[in-house]
Structures are given as C-alpha cells and as structure tokens.
Design a protein around this ligand. Structure first.
Ligand code: AMP
Ligand code: GLY
Length: 438
C-alpha cells in the first residue's frame, strides 16, 4: 500500500514511525512533514490545509490510504471530499468533526445523549448581555471557552467574576480569537485529575488504545500559559481498569452510538479528554484526531499493526479486532523554542540527535518543528522535538529518567523543556500501591 500522512508535527512523525513498521506498507509519503519524517517517508510540499492539492496528489500517486493528523483539514471536510472521489481516508467527516470544531455542538451533543460533562450554557454574540448575567449568577472558578478552533488556547479558567468578564470581552468585544470566539461556552469548573483516552472506531465498533496524560501548561507544576502540550506519559495510572470500563460504557459507547443515530457516523480516532472527578469521569473536551504529544507515547505501546486498525476504521469491522498493548510505560518530553507559546525564534541548529540515536534503543526522538538545511537540522516551530522513552510499566520513574537523560544530550539555542513530565503519574502509582496494601 501507498500511505499518505497529512501534517507536520510530532504526532505525524510518530504515526509515520509506526505505519512504516507495517508489512502492508510499501510506500509512505507525508505532506508536508518535517526533517525527522523525511528520514522515513517521502516529503510532499503541500500544506495540510490545501485540500485541492492533497486530493490531486492522492489521485495522481494512487494513494491507497490517507491518514489525517491535524484537526483543520478534518473540520474543513477533507474526508467527505476524498470519499466522494473513492479515496480511502482515515478520520471523521466534516459533520462528525464538529465534536472538536465547535465546543457548543459538543456540549449540546453530550447533553442530548446523557454523557457526563460539566454544566454549561452557550452564548452567541447577540447574547453577550445574557452571558454577563450568567457569569454574575454562577460560582467561581468559571470556565470560558471559545466555540471554535483556537489551537488549544481558547480556554480560560477564571478565578474571579472580573476575570471572567474580561475574558468574555476579549473573545466577544476585542475578538482575540476571531470567528472562533464570537460564540462561547461558559461552564462549571471540574476538580480532579485529567487523563485522555483514545478510541479507534468505524462508527459502530471501537478499540481503545492506552490512556495518557498531557501537560498543557508551559511551566513546571502546571503553571503559566496553555500550550499545545509540553509532554505526555502513558498509561495514566489514574485511569485504572475499573475506571476505563466506566469510560467505555458511559462515554465512548454512547458517543459513537449517539453520532451514528444523529446521522453523522464517526470514523477515525476519537480523543476523549476527561476530568476524573469525585463523582466519576466527565468529558472536558473531544478531539477528532490523535493527540499531540499523546500519540508519541501511545503508539510506542501499541503491539498491533496500526495500519490494520486504520483500515478497519475506514472499511468497517473494527469490532472484531483487538489492540494489543505492550506492558510498558512511555514518557515524552517536548523540547520547545524559548518564548513559546508566545513569540520565539526559529532557524536554530539542533545538535545531539545522532548521539541520542546511538545511546539508547529505547528512546525515540520525534520531530515536531524541524526542517533540514543542507546537512543540519534546524528548528522551525514552537514545539521542536518530542523525546520519548519506553520502560517498565511498573517503574514510571525509570522511564522518566531515561527520557531526561536523552533530552540532556540535545541542545539548540534557547531550547526549553519542562522538568516534571510524568511526576503526577509517579505520585498516583505510589498512592494506588498504598491503597492496595492491607
Ligand atoms: P480544552 O481545550 O477544552 O481541553 O481545555 C483546556 C484545559 O482547560 C483542559 O485541559 C483543562 O485543564 C482546563 N479545563 C477545561 N475545561 C475545564 C473545566 N470544566 N473544569 C476545569 N478545567 C477545565
Ligand atoms: N495534547 C492536546 C491535543 O492534542 O489536543
């Protein structure tokens, strides 16, 4: 098969790394890709949002399966277009992708189907006055979300009513998120630990991959601004087998069935972001694709051929498959450009990549924002690399150490990373062990 991956981040590098291992694959292309992906796939210089050019490429090059990484092409309807031309493509159609593309849609969907989530109300621009009144009525903290896509930056947790009113003004008055913020969701604050679960579905059946935990804030101890994700580990010990069973029954199953009944059968990867509250798991958000950097820890734990699962999602029949997981843990530390998520410089030469490759077979360096300039690899984005280590499932600390030993070998001007990736998992494991003791 000729497989085409769309996207250019660490997620797409991890997808390429795993897809390359499939005996079903004879040719791998990636549009537009990055320097790391270029080592294992043919790079095609087409942006992920240029649907016309992507479709022309898929037809001309006889692509057998297209795998979409990022959300934008999905919400733009790339799947509907490819399918109309008889091309096989992994991901949900435009309507089902609204689960991520519109927070108001997702909340209304959950309400309709009785899926546990935070209490909320949504407001259009014309209802700004009602939104202000609602803020004054509900207790703090108050969570305000831009309805549309905002690269993970459209959510504010406000500790005071003044802050909440400011955020509302930022979105609806000053239009800081453009169109995306002209409609908002205001919701109840949920307390607990976060975890994500990933399901691959054909619209009826599904398999779950490992759970994972992301680190969204820029600084240690979850301080500072939200980013696309500064690191991840898997599995998340907070997601015990009992809890995962509850998530499957009360969240994933009704989500897939609800979408099908509503007329938008969901095929692809369903990413469920959860808060584990005292009253059980509740949905914080849905994403209509694999997570980044979660994919960089989830795929190294997957034993099953990913291409078989992707094909079963597209063609149907995933209900009869299983996703076998290695009994290991994985930790990914993201190395970012100094200044990210605000302004940062690019074009910095990265050194140490070969040293890491030689030093440890249990470490993979997934490229996110990199490009090749002559014989050098240079930074080209905010998140530059995702360094993933694997190790024993029962010794997350050892896996974390292994990841950081590799991270320390890599340098570029202004490189920044968090030093506490996985710490919450270690604490949770300790607590679970204490509870198990008689
Ligand atoms: P989202 O983009 O919806 O995942 O939100 C980004 C982050 O904001 C989440 O990962 C949470 O840390 C936080 N968040 C979102 N919604 C809530 C909520 N209702 N209660 C508490 N924290 C939230
Ligand atoms: N890591 C968060 C996301 O992929 O949306």
């Amino acid at each position: 098969m000729h497989v085409l991956i769309i996207g250019s981040g660490g997620r797409e590098h991890a997808l390429a790394w795993k897809i390359r291992q499939s005996p079903l694959v004879t040719k791998l292309s990636c549009a537009p890709g990055n320097a790391g992906i270029g080592e294992i796939a043919e790079l095609v210089p087409i942006p992920a949002t240029d649907l016309d050019a992507l479709q022309r490429f898929a037809v001309a090059q006889k692509v057998d399966l297209t795998v979409v990484g990022p959300e934008q092409p999905l919400t733009q309807g790339i799947v509907d277009r490819f399918e109309a031309r008889g091309l096989k493509i992994f991901g949900p159609g435009r309507k089902a992708a609204q689960l991520e593309g519109s927070k108001a849609f997702a909340k209304q969907f959950m309400q309709k189907h009785g899926i546990p989530t935070a209490e909320f109300r949504s407001f259009e621009l014309s209802q700004r006055y009602d939104a202000e009144r609602y803020i004054n009525e509900i207790p703090v903290p108050i969570v305000i979300k831009a309805d549309g896509l905002a690269a993970g930056k459209g959510v504010s947790v406000c500790e005071s009513k003044e802050d909440a009113l400011d955020v509302l003004d930022l979105m609806m008055g000053r239009k800081a998120f453009g169109e995306a913020g002209l409609k908002v969701v205001i919701e109840e604050f949920l307390d607990g630990e976060e975890a994500s679960v990933f399901a691959i579905t054909d619209g009826t059946g599904f398999v779950t991959l490992s759970s994972a935990q992301d680190h969204k804030r820029i600084f240690d101890n979850d301080l500072g601004k939200n980013t696309g994700g500064m690191g991840a580990y898997a599995p998340a010990p907070v997601m015990t087998p009992e809890l995962l069973d509850i998530v499957n029954r009360t969240i994933i199953r009704p989500t897939i069935d609800g979408l099908r009944k509503d007329g938008y059968p969901y095929r692809g990867c369903l990413y469920v972001g959860l808060m584990i509250t005292e009253t059980g798991p509740k949905v914080i958000e849905y994403n209509c694709r694999f997570g980044d950097p979660e994919t960089e820890v989830i795929l190294p734990l997957l034993k099953t051929d990913l291409v078989e699962l992707l094909l079963a999602s597209v063609e149907g029949g995933i209900g009869s498959l299983k996703a076998d997981l290695h009994p290991l843990s994985a930790v990914c530390v993201v190395i970012a450009s100094g200044g990210y998520p605000d302004t940062y410089e690019t074009g910095k030469q990265i050194v140490g990549l070969d040293a890491v490759k030689l030093a440890d077979e249990q470490v993979m360096v997934f490229h996110a924002g990199t490009t090749r300039e002559k014989n050098a690899v240079v930074s080209s984005g905010g998140r530059v690399l995702g360094v993933t280590a694997i190790g024993p499932e029962t010794d997350l600390e050892a896996t974390i150490d292994r990841a950081y030993r590799a991270v320390e070998k890599i340098t570029f001007d202004g490189a920044y990373y968090r030093s506490d990736i996985g710490k919450k998992g270690v604490e949770r494991l300790r607590q679970l062990r204490k509870e198990e003791q008689p």
